[in-house]
Design a protein around this ligand. Structure first.
Ligand code: DGY
Length: 319
Protein backbone atom coordinates (compact mmCIF):
# COMPACT_ATOMS: atom_id res chain seq x y z
CA UNK A 1 0.00 0.00 0.00
CA UNK A 2 1.34 3.41 -0.99
CA UNK A 3 0.82 6.16 1.59
CA UNK A 4 1.30 9.80 0.63
CA UNK A 5 2.27 12.11 3.51
CA UNK A 6 2.29 15.81 2.62
CA UNK A 7 4.69 16.89 5.41
CA UNK A 8 7.34 15.20 7.49
CA UNK A 9 5.90 13.83 10.71
CA UNK A 10 7.81 12.48 13.72
CA UNK A 11 9.96 9.52 12.76
CA UNK A 12 8.06 7.07 14.96
CA UNK A 13 5.06 7.13 12.61
CA UNK A 14 7.13 6.65 9.48
CA UNK A 15 9.16 3.80 11.00
CA UNK A 16 6.01 2.02 12.19
CA UNK A 17 4.50 2.16 8.71
CA UNK A 18 7.68 1.09 6.92
CA UNK A 19 8.22 -1.77 9.36
CA UNK A 20 4.68 -2.91 8.57
CA UNK A 21 5.57 -2.99 4.85
CA UNK A 22 3.82 0.18 3.76
CA UNK A 23 5.44 2.32 1.08
CA UNK A 24 5.67 5.88 2.35
CA UNK A 25 5.93 8.77 -0.08
CA UNK A 26 6.98 12.16 1.30
CA UNK A 27 7.89 15.01 -1.05
CA UNK A 28 11.43 16.36 -0.70
CA UNK A 29 10.10 19.86 -0.34
CA UNK A 30 7.04 19.59 1.82
CA UNK A 31 5.89 23.12 1.10
CA UNK A 32 3.99 21.94 -1.96
CA UNK A 33 1.35 23.80 -3.95
CA UNK A 34 -2.25 22.58 -4.22
CA UNK A 35 -1.51 21.34 -7.74
CA UNK A 36 1.51 19.33 -6.62
CA UNK A 37 -0.53 17.98 -3.72
CA UNK A 38 -3.18 16.72 -6.14
CA UNK A 39 -0.49 15.12 -8.31
CA UNK A 40 0.88 13.17 -5.37
CA UNK A 41 -2.66 12.04 -4.49
CA UNK A 42 -2.95 10.42 -7.94
CA UNK A 43 -0.17 7.98 -7.11
CA UNK A 44 -1.22 6.77 -3.69
CA UNK A 45 -3.74 4.35 -2.19
CA UNK A 46 -3.94 6.11 1.13
CA UNK A 47 -3.21 9.56 2.52
CA UNK A 48 -1.75 10.64 5.81
CA UNK A 49 -2.80 14.28 5.84
CA UNK A 50 -1.19 17.07 7.81
CA UNK A 51 -3.18 20.31 7.78
CA UNK A 52 -6.49 21.49 6.44
CA UNK A 53 -6.56 20.15 2.86
CA UNK A 54 -10.20 19.66 1.90
CA UNK A 55 -11.57 16.19 1.26
CA UNK A 56 -14.97 16.77 -0.34
CA UNK A 57 -17.19 15.00 -2.89
CA UNK A 58 -15.13 16.46 -5.70
CA UNK A 59 -11.91 15.06 -4.27
CA UNK A 60 -13.37 11.60 -3.69
CA UNK A 61 -14.82 11.63 -7.22
CA UNK A 62 -11.47 12.49 -8.81
CA UNK A 63 -9.33 10.23 -6.67
CA UNK A 64 -11.07 6.89 -6.53
CA UNK A 65 -7.57 5.41 -6.01
CA UNK A 66 -7.60 6.78 -2.43
CA UNK A 67 -9.07 4.09 -0.20
CA UNK A 68 -8.23 5.47 3.25
CA UNK A 69 -7.38 8.75 4.93
CA UNK A 70 -5.50 9.12 8.19
CA UNK A 71 -5.66 12.66 9.49
CA UNK A 72 -2.81 14.08 11.52
CA UNK A 73 -5.37 15.95 13.65
CA UNK A 74 -8.25 15.26 15.97
CA UNK A 75 -10.51 17.71 14.11
CA UNK A 76 -12.09 16.44 10.90
CA UNK A 77 -14.15 19.44 9.83
CA UNK A 78 -12.16 19.56 6.55
CA UNK A 79 -13.47 16.13 5.53
CA UNK A 80 -16.93 15.52 4.15
CA UNK A 81 -17.60 12.47 6.27
CA UNK A 82 -20.91 11.69 4.52
CA UNK A 83 -19.13 11.52 1.17
CA UNK A 84 -16.39 9.34 2.66
CA UNK A 85 -19.04 7.02 4.12
CA UNK A 86 -20.82 6.74 0.77
CA UNK A 87 -17.60 5.36 -0.67
CA UNK A 88 -16.62 3.26 2.36
CA UNK A 89 -13.49 5.30 2.92
CA UNK A 90 -12.35 5.17 6.53
CA UNK A 91 -11.14 8.48 7.96
CA UNK A 92 -8.84 8.16 10.96
CA UNK A 93 -8.06 10.94 13.42
CA UNK A 94 -5.83 11.42 16.48
CA UNK A 95 -7.94 11.82 19.63
CA UNK A 96 -6.70 11.86 23.25
CA UNK A 97 -2.96 12.24 22.59
CA UNK A 98 -3.31 15.99 22.16
CA UNK A 99 -5.98 16.69 24.78
CA UNK A 100 -3.48 17.63 27.45
CA UNK A 101 -1.40 19.86 25.16
CA UNK A 102 -4.42 21.64 23.70
CA UNK A 103 -6.07 22.22 27.06
CA UNK A 104 -2.71 23.52 28.35
CA UNK A 105 -2.90 26.20 25.66
CA UNK A 106 -6.47 27.12 26.62
CA UNK A 107 -5.33 27.40 30.25
CA UNK A 108 -2.29 29.45 29.24
CA UNK A 109 -4.43 31.85 27.19
CA UNK A 110 -6.95 32.21 30.01
CA UNK A 111 -4.27 33.25 32.46
CA UNK A 112 -2.44 35.44 29.94
CA UNK A 113 -5.62 37.40 29.31
CA UNK A 114 -6.70 37.54 32.96
CA UNK A 115 -3.28 38.93 33.98
CA UNK A 116 -2.92 41.14 30.89
CA UNK A 117 0.30 39.47 29.73
CA UNK A 118 0.17 40.88 26.17
CA UNK A 119 -0.32 44.40 27.49
CA UNK A 120 2.58 44.19 29.94
CA UNK A 121 4.89 42.39 27.51
CA UNK A 122 4.33 45.19 25.00
CA UNK A 123 5.19 47.77 27.65
CA UNK A 124 8.46 46.00 28.41
CA UNK A 125 9.30 45.76 24.70
CA UNK A 126 8.54 49.48 24.34
CA UNK A 127 10.98 50.23 27.17
CA UNK A 128 8.05 51.54 29.17
CA UNK A 129 8.51 49.57 32.39
CA UNK A 130 6.22 51.90 34.35
CA UNK A 131 5.92 52.58 38.05
CA UNK A 132 4.09 50.51 40.62
CA UNK A 133 0.52 51.79 40.43
CA UNK A 134 -1.93 50.44 43.00
CA UNK A 135 -4.99 51.38 40.98
CA UNK A 136 -4.56 51.09 37.27
CA UNK A 137 -3.79 48.42 34.67
CA UNK A 138 -4.92 45.62 36.96
CA UNK A 139 -5.76 42.06 35.99
CA UNK A 140 -8.33 39.79 37.56
CA UNK A 141 -7.99 36.61 39.62
CA UNK A 142 -9.71 33.43 38.58
CA UNK A 143 -10.21 31.81 41.99
CA UNK A 144 -13.77 30.61 42.48
CA UNK A 145 -14.94 32.06 39.16
CA UNK A 146 -17.08 30.18 36.66
CA UNK A 147 -15.62 28.37 33.69
CA UNK A 148 -18.12 27.71 30.90
CA UNK A 149 -17.08 24.94 28.55
CA UNK A 150 -18.69 24.81 25.14
CA UNK A 151 -18.19 21.18 24.06
CA UNK A 152 -17.20 19.09 27.04
CA UNK A 153 -15.38 16.17 25.43
CA UNK A 154 -11.83 15.04 26.07
CA UNK A 155 -10.10 18.41 25.67
CA UNK A 156 -12.88 20.31 27.46
CA UNK A 157 -12.65 17.87 30.35
CA UNK A 158 -8.90 18.44 30.70
CA UNK A 159 -9.41 22.20 30.67
CA UNK A 160 -12.20 21.97 33.27
CA UNK A 161 -10.08 19.70 35.47
CA UNK A 162 -7.14 22.11 35.41
CA UNK A 163 -9.39 25.07 36.24
CA UNK A 164 -11.03 23.15 39.08
CA UNK A 165 -7.71 22.05 40.57
CA UNK A 166 -5.79 25.27 40.11
CA UNK A 167 -8.48 27.85 40.84
CA UNK A 168 -11.39 25.94 42.35
CA UNK A 169 -13.51 27.27 39.52
CA UNK A 170 -17.15 26.26 39.16
CA UNK A 171 -17.69 24.35 35.95
CA UNK A 172 -20.73 24.77 33.74
CA UNK A 173 -20.97 23.30 30.28
CA UNK A 174 -23.09 23.05 27.18
CA UNK A 175 -22.82 19.99 25.00
CA UNK A 176 -24.80 17.80 22.62
CA UNK A 177 -24.81 15.09 25.32
CA UNK A 178 -24.52 15.15 29.09
CA UNK A 179 -21.02 14.32 30.35
CA UNK A 180 -21.58 12.21 33.45
CA UNK A 181 -17.89 11.83 34.20
CA UNK A 182 -17.53 15.62 34.39
CA UNK A 183 -20.70 15.97 36.43
CA UNK A 184 -19.48 13.35 38.94
CA UNK A 185 -15.79 14.18 39.10
CA UNK A 186 -15.78 17.93 38.58
CA UNK A 187 -19.26 18.78 39.78
CA UNK A 188 -19.87 20.23 36.33
CA UNK A 189 -23.36 21.53 35.72
CA UNK A 190 -25.13 21.20 32.38
CA UNK A 191 -26.68 24.51 31.24
CA UNK A 192 -28.42 25.84 28.15
CA UNK A 193 -26.39 27.75 25.56
CA UNK A 194 -27.81 31.07 26.80
CA UNK A 195 -27.03 30.25 30.42
CA UNK A 196 -23.49 29.32 29.44
CA UNK A 197 -23.03 32.63 27.68
CA UNK A 198 -24.61 34.68 30.47
CA UNK A 199 -22.97 32.98 33.48
CA UNK A 200 -19.39 32.28 32.38
CA UNK A 201 -16.48 34.37 33.65
CA UNK A 202 -14.32 32.38 31.25
CA UNK A 203 -15.97 30.81 28.23
CA UNK A 204 -13.78 28.24 26.50
CA UNK A 205 -14.67 26.46 23.25
CA UNK A 206 -13.68 22.79 22.90
CA UNK A 207 -16.25 21.39 20.48
CA UNK A 208 -15.82 19.71 17.11
CA UNK A 209 -16.70 22.30 14.49
CA UNK A 210 -19.61 21.81 12.08
CA UNK A 211 -20.43 24.21 9.24
CA UNK A 212 -23.83 25.03 10.74
CA UNK A 213 -21.99 26.43 13.80
CA UNK A 214 -20.21 29.02 11.71
CA UNK A 215 -20.09 32.39 13.55
CA UNK A 216 -22.10 30.96 16.46
CA UNK A 217 -20.31 33.37 18.77
CA UNK A 218 -21.32 36.67 17.20
CA UNK A 219 -22.28 40.21 18.26
CA UNK A 220 -25.58 39.36 20.01
CA UNK A 221 -23.87 36.50 21.90
CA UNK A 222 -20.92 38.67 23.01
CA UNK A 223 -23.45 41.29 24.20
CA UNK A 224 -25.01 38.73 26.55
CA UNK A 225 -21.65 37.87 28.14
CA UNK A 226 -20.42 39.36 31.41
CA UNK A 227 -18.28 42.48 31.22
CA UNK A 228 -15.42 40.66 32.96
CA UNK A 229 -15.72 37.61 30.69
CA UNK A 230 -12.73 36.08 28.96
CA UNK A 231 -13.44 34.35 25.64
CA UNK A 232 -11.10 31.48 24.75
CA UNK A 233 -11.09 29.63 21.45
CA UNK A 234 -8.62 26.80 20.87
CA UNK A 235 -11.02 24.70 18.76
CA UNK A 236 -11.77 26.24 15.35
CA UNK A 237 -11.82 29.87 14.30
CA UNK A 238 -15.09 29.33 12.43
CA UNK A 239 -16.93 29.30 15.75
CA UNK A 240 -16.51 33.03 16.25
CA UNK A 241 -17.21 36.10 14.16
CA UNK A 242 -13.92 37.93 14.44
CA UNK A 243 -15.25 41.39 13.53
CA UNK A 244 -17.95 41.08 16.19
CA UNK A 245 -15.37 39.85 18.66
CA UNK A 246 -13.25 42.92 17.91
CA UNK A 247 -16.25 45.20 18.54
CA UNK A 248 -17.03 43.43 21.81
CA UNK A 249 -13.42 43.81 22.95
CA UNK A 250 -13.14 47.46 21.98
CA UNK A 251 -16.46 48.47 23.47
CA UNK A 252 -15.72 46.67 26.74
CA UNK A 253 -18.62 44.25 26.34
CA UNK A 254 -16.16 41.54 27.38
CA UNK A 255 -12.84 41.73 29.24
CA UNK A 256 -10.57 39.97 26.78
CA UNK A 257 -9.96 37.07 24.43
CA UNK A 258 -7.39 34.33 24.00
CA UNK A 259 -7.29 32.75 20.56
CA UNK A 260 -5.25 29.82 19.30
CA UNK A 261 -7.51 29.66 16.25
CA UNK A 262 -8.70 32.61 14.22
CA UNK A 263 -11.28 33.46 11.58
CA UNK A 264 -9.89 33.47 8.94
CA UNK A 265 -6.83 31.35 9.49
CA UNK A 266 -4.08 32.30 8.96
CA UNK A 267 -5.03 35.65 10.38
CA UNK A 268 -4.89 38.72 8.17
CA UNK A 269 -1.77 40.75 8.90
CA UNK A 270 -3.72 43.96 9.45
CA UNK A 271 -6.52 42.47 11.52
CA UNK A 272 -7.30 45.23 14.06
CA UNK A 273 -7.64 42.63 16.81
CA UNK A 274 -3.84 42.36 16.83
CA UNK A 275 -3.62 45.96 18.04
CA UNK A 276 -5.70 45.27 21.14
CA UNK A 277 -3.96 44.83 24.45
CA UNK A 278 -6.71 42.64 25.92
CA UNK A 279 -6.11 39.89 23.40
CA UNK A 280 -3.56 37.12 23.20
CA UNK A 281 -3.28 35.32 19.84
CA UNK A 282 -1.30 32.18 19.05
CA UNK A 283 -0.94 30.57 15.60
CA UNK A 284 -2.87 27.29 16.13
CA UNK A 285 -0.25 25.58 18.29
CA UNK A 286 -2.55 23.54 20.55
CA UNK A 287 -0.88 20.22 19.74
CA UNK A 288 2.63 21.62 19.26
CA UNK A 289 4.51 19.62 21.88
CA UNK A 290 6.96 16.78 21.28
CA UNK A 291 4.73 14.41 23.25
CA UNK A 292 1.49 15.25 21.44
CA UNK A 293 3.02 15.27 17.97
CA UNK A 294 4.72 11.89 18.57
CA UNK A 295 1.40 10.53 19.79
CA UNK A 296 -0.38 11.84 16.70
CA UNK A 297 2.21 10.19 14.44
CA UNK A 298 1.75 6.90 16.28
CA UNK A 299 -2.05 6.98 16.05
CA UNK A 300 -2.05 7.92 12.36
CA UNK A 301 0.37 5.07 11.63
CA UNK A 302 -1.74 2.63 13.67
CA UNK A 303 -4.76 3.63 11.62
CA UNK A 304 -3.09 3.00 8.27
CA UNK A 305 -1.41 -0.22 9.37
CA UNK A 306 -4.76 -1.57 10.57
CA UNK A 307 -6.36 -0.56 7.28
CA UNK A 308 -3.58 -2.25 5.26
CA UNK A 309 -4.36 -5.50 7.13
CA UNK A 310 -8.05 -5.23 6.29
CA UNK A 311 -8.88 -4.26 9.90
CA UNK A 312 -10.95 -1.37 11.24
CA UNK A 313 -8.94 1.74 12.05
CA UNK A 314 -8.60 1.96 15.84
CA UNK A 315 -9.07 5.76 15.93
CA UNK A 316 -11.77 6.57 13.49
CA UNK A 317 -13.87 9.65 12.73
CA UNK A 318 -16.52 7.77 10.73
CA UNK A 319 -17.19 4.56 12.70
C1 DGY B 1 -6.41 19.21 15.55
O1 DGY B 1 -5.81 18.18 15.84
O2 DGY B 1 -7.57 19.22 15.16
C2 DGY B 1 -5.64 20.47 15.66
O3 DGY B 1 -6.46 21.57 15.74
C3 DGY B 1 -4.72 20.61 14.47
O4 DGY B 1 -5.48 20.83 13.33
Amino acid sequence: MKVFINKRIPEIGITMMEDAGLEVIIPENTNISQEEWLNYCKDANAILNVGQNKFDADFFEKFSNIKAIALYSVGFDHVDIKEANKRNIPVGNTPDVLSRATSDVAFLLMQSVARRASFYFQKVKDNNWGNFDPLSELGQELYGKTLGVFGLGRIGFEMAEKCKKAFEMNIIYHNRNRNEEAENELDAKYVSFDELVEQSDVLSIHANFKPEQSNLFDGPVFKKMKKNAIFINTARGGFHNQKDLYEALVSGEIWGAGLDVTNPEPMEENDPILKLSNVCVLPHIGSATVEARNGMARLAAENLIAFSKGEKMPHIANP
